[in-house]
Design a protein around this ligand. Structure first.
Ligand code: IVH
Length: 695
């Protein structure tokens, strides 16, 4: 049967052989359309026809999941081809923002800041509020007043060089007034105005080209065009709202910097305003929310930032977001659809996560076909059943959630969902330990799903970050037996002859793969620890461990030694601020498993694991010292004290031992002070601490 004819056949009627042939044809056809669209900006079919191809492909994959191809179009959701731009390492990383969804979250944010800074209720805390623009963040570099470079955010550390495309932005000054600092990096959001987006789509329609789903997609597609002549015809705009590297400060306050930008001729958002109370903040939030529909650009919330830059400096960052700013999101968009099935996914720690497979529906401009159901209790609480109509919502980049079941639309014959008690992948028992919400597969090292998930985690963005080796490739390499443990990844170049015989692998993609592997033979210790995927050891805890043990060898030896819970290695481990006994147990268990030790030894031979990069604290009197804060501190909060000590290279511990160098005792210090005195550890007052480290 010819493929064209096949398309007429309902998916239910397809034989396995037909389905196989059609999936292959669809993959080729869709890839061809993508190429025309993204690389040549010259699509030959309209949006609806293109969507129909994708929908057909998805429907067949859902009916025949085992036939899903490794180059399936489902896994490439229309992102432009990311080649051709060179990489730029940001001098100052581009961070993200924490979220607030309700007024209480904003109140908590303000309280947190007050606590951290030790501000009394009566003291003013000025906050700059401004719309959160739904575009793409950009860093614009000026040297000696001249625009020299533009970079996308990328992963926050390394972005792409889009200078040529940004040059086409009419409203961006290419030169700043005389007297500006030598180096100025202005950060902001690139977006497309709504009317210009509609006009662009009209032009696309007239030309028979594909239209964009929303202004953000249009802006992203335009900014990532390899041909800047095309970008020039795409009306991009920018709002400046932050900065990166500066050779001299621009002002003392956030608002002062924004005013400076404005005086230089940069577009800044007209809603930007200093608020002096929660009431003023909420009033502006409500006003912006009301005006939202009339604005000529998409926004998805309001951002609040501490106005005084000295306070921003003191507040600093928690992992990837500043303590001094937060994004207050608008309420999520909701829609109703049907739960067609409930699947169980097995995570790298064996956790079984139920996922609702939904009749695809558009929510907030994105097609949603899956939503997480979290765990057994959550399914029970909401009483979600197969066949139910549910309300789902999407807030920003968050995974879609099932909000509630529309009970009056429930089919008469529906039955409550029964959570499985065996792993769908390896068949091992799945158990729920007392006091836990999660049900876990007990298959451990024999469960293939867990092994594959661990490998995916290993190469993921915050771990080894291997562009050329995504989740799909990991599955393929696993199935073909080329990669069973992380170290096998570093031996893949021995198998390039085999890989070259697989469909879709060309010389170029193999070269990319090799390069992304070679680039990662040197790895920072905190990334390495995180990549191992030890329970409870996320990015922040991996960093804490790296900071405390500094080298892989020191960490490894200490974790092995910590097994003796009477010994000092164990005591040191649980004394690290942020690592408690439960985390210590997970670390010990991990190191106790011979297979894990083999994996680490094998990796060690392949890699150069860099020692943790301690902040430059050559002049710091407390670098490398172990400090304990106890009692009530009056000149600084506990969090600020800890952050300051760490920024000076000290390690902050939660309990006093003979290794402690200083105990800083605030008011009514108790047992820790006593222990310090017994052990002869130096005790400082708060004032003494400030004298030691300088304010
Ligand atoms: S400030 C260190 N202000 O939101 C904080 N970000 O969720 C830097 N964004 O990556 C960001 N409007 O792309 C800031 N008025 C605004 C913003 C804004 C949009 C984006 C930005 C950032 C993301 C974080």
């Amino acid at each position: 049967m010819k493929i064209k004819g096949l398309r007429e056949v309902a998916v239910d009627q397809l034989t396995e052989l037909d389905a196989h042939a059609e999936l292959s044809a669809l993959a080729k056809e869709i890839a061809e359309h993508d190429k025309r669209y993204y690389q040549h900006d010259d699509p030959t079919i309209d949006d609806a026809a293109y969507d129909a191809l994708r929908a057909r492909n998805t429907a067949i994959e859902e009916k025949f999941p085992h036939l899903k191809r490794k180059d399936s179009p489902t896994d490439k959701v229309g992102t432009p081809v990311q080649s051709g731009f060179s990489k730029i390492t940001h001098a100052v990383p581009m961070l993200s923002l924490g979220n607030a969804f309700a007024e209480e979250d904003v109140q908590d944010f303000l309280d947190r800041i007050r606590r951290f800074l030790g501000l009394d209720a009566g003291e003013e805390l000025a906050i700059v509020a401004e719309p959160k623009i739904d575009g793409l963040s950009i860093s614009l570099r000026y040297e000696n007043g001249k625009f020299v470079q533009a970079a996308t955010r990328g992963d926050g550390r390394v972005g792409e060089d889009v200078t040529r495309n940004i040059l086409t932005l009419k409203e961006l000054p290419k030169e700043l007034p005389a007297g500006v600092p030598d180096v100025v990096e202005i950060r902001g959001e690139v977006y497309m105005a709504k009317d210009e987006f509609l006009a662009l789509n009209q032009r696309q329609t007239d030309a028979g080209a594909k239209v964009f789903a929303n202004p953000r997609n249009a802006a992203a597609g335009s900014l990532r065009q390899l041909d800047s002549n095309i970008t020039a015809n795409r009306p991009l705009r920018v709002f400046a709202y932050a900065w990166g590297e500066l050779s001299a400060p621009l002002a003392d306050t956030q608002m002062g910097v924004i005013d400076t930008f404005k005086s230089w001729g940069l577009p800044v958002n007209p809603y930007t305003k200093v608020c002096r109370s929660l009431e003023e903040i909420m009033a502006l939030y409500n006003q912006i929310n009301t005006d939202r529909a009339q604005l000529n650009y998409d926004i998805d919330g309001v951002v609040y930032k501490v106005d005084r830059l000295d306070l921003q400096q003191r507040l600093g960052f928690v992992s990837r977001s500043p303590r001094w700013a937060i994004a207050h999101k608008f309420a999520a968009e909701q829609a109703q659809t049907i739960v067609e099935n409930i699947d169980i996914q097995v995570g790298r720690t064996g956790k079984l996560t139920p996922v609702a497979r939904l009749t695809p529906i558009t929510v907030g401009g994105v097609v949603v076909s899956n939503a997480t159901l979290h765990n057994e209790d959550e399914i029970k609480r909401k009483d979600v059943r197969i066949g139910d109509t549910v309300v789902i919502q999407r807030a920003g980049d968050v995974i879609p959630q099932v909000v509630e079941v529309v009970k009056d639309q429930r089919p008469a014959d529906s039955i409550p969902y029964d959570f499985p008690h065996t792993c769908p992948d390896c068949g091992s028992h799945a158990v729920r330990e007392e006091g836990e919400v999660d049900i876990r597969c007990t298959g451990g090292l024999i469960c293939p799903a867990q092994a594959v998930e661990r490998l995916k985690h290993f190469v993921s963005r915050n771990a080894f970050d291997m562009d050329g080796l995504g989740a799909k490739n990991i599955e393929k390499f696993w199935q073909e037996g080329l990669v069973k443990t992380p170290a096998d990844i570093f031996r893949l170049s021995q198998h390039t002859d085999t890989i070259a015989t697989w469909e879709g692998w060309k010389e170029k993609s193999i070269a990319n793969l090799k390069k992304s592997i070679e680039d990662r033979r040197t790895i920072a210790l905190d990334r390495f620890i995180y990549a191992l995927g030890i329970r409870q050891i996320g990015q922040a805890n991996a960093r804490t461990l790296a900071k405390n043990y500094l080298t892989f060898e020191a960490w490894y030896d200490a974790m092995i030694a910590a097994k003796d819970i009477e010994g000092t290695a164990y005591e040191d481990l649980i004394n690290i601020d942020g690592i408690g006994t439960s985390m210590a147990q997970d670390l010990i268990d991990f190191f106790d498993e011979p297979h894990n030790r083999e994996v680490m030894a094998d990796l060690r031979a392949q890699l150069d694991i860099e020692a943790f990069d301690v902040p430059d604290t050559t002049d710091s009197p407390v670098a490398g010292k172990i400090v304990v804060f106890t009692g009530t501190l009056v000149t600084m909060s506990r969090a600020e004290a800890k952050a300051k000590a760490e920024s000076l290279g000290a390690k902050v511990s939660g309990s006093v031992s003979k290794k402690t160098d200083y105990v800083v005792a605030g008011e009514s210090a108790g047992s820790k002070l006593k222990k310090a005195e017994e052990l002869g550890v130096a005790v400082l007052t708060e004032e003494g601490w400030h004298e030691l480290v300088g304010r």
